[in-house]
Design a protein. Structure first.
Ligand code: FMN
Length: 190
């Protein structure tokens, strides 16, 4: 699939078939993640690939706890309708773990280490585009407490769970989501 087609056709998928992802396909997706740019090529990511039903259940439980907390705290009514059972049905997800020590000069600046998060975001997007090109749906999931999710996944406290990338065959059509025209978001300084 052409890159521009993959970019335009990728949409967040929140309902998956349980069909397992072939090892070779998963390997290509993960390798695409590793080709992301990073500060000083520090490659601050690690990937935890989850297929075990027991671990999916634990991840779901932590995300659900966070969803309930967010519902109470924010008062956002849409959170009540937003169900996350797909975390149990999705055949595979990849937790993207970032190392704040592997950042750029930002480490020494007032706002602190952020470059590692950008790099891990680029890796997540690479994996989602690769999944799209290989005929899979994906979702970038972040509705969890990073510290608590780190404990669930056995990540040392110095490293952060930045996102969970869900991957699988979509169950049915994925809802189209539009974008504002690029011209509305762009300024040319000539
Ligand atoms: C940093 C980030 C965090 C996100 N977290 C969630 C999430 O926790 N749950 C979810 O369902 N979607 C999440 N998304 C997906 C967005 O909701 C989605 O990308 C957006 O609505 C646009 O839809 P599209 O991806 O189909 O174009 C996240 C996306 C990003 C980039």
């Amino acid at each position: 699939m052409d890159l521009f087609t993959a970019i335009k056709e990728r949409r967040s998928c929140r309902s998956f078939l349980s069909d397992p992802i072939e090892e070779a396909t998963l390997g290509k997706i993960i390798e695409a993640g590793t080709w992301a740019p990073s500060p000083m090529n520090a490659q601050p990511w690690e990937f935890i690939v989850v297929t075990s039903p027991e671990m999916k259940e634990k991840v779901y439980a932590e995300a659900e706890r966070c969803r309930q907390w967010a519902l109470r705290t924010s008062g956002w009514s849409w959170l009540d309708k937003y169900q996350i059972e797909f975390l149990k049905d999705v055949p595979t997800f990849i937790a993207v773990i970032g190392d704040p020590k592997k950042s750029g000069v930002d480490m020494f600046l007032e706002d602190g280490s952020v470059g590692y998060q950008y790099a891990c975001a680029a890796a997540a997007q690479n994996m989602m585009l690769a999944a799209q090109a290989l005929g899979l749906g994906s979702l970038w999931f972040t509705l969890f407490d990073r510290k608590k999710m780190g404990e669930v996944l056995g990540v040392i406290p110095e490293k952060k769970v930045l996102s969970i990338v869900c991957l699988g065959k979509p169950s049915g059509a994925v809802a189209p989501v539009g974008r504002k025209p690029a011209a509305e978001k762009t300024t040319f300084l000539k």
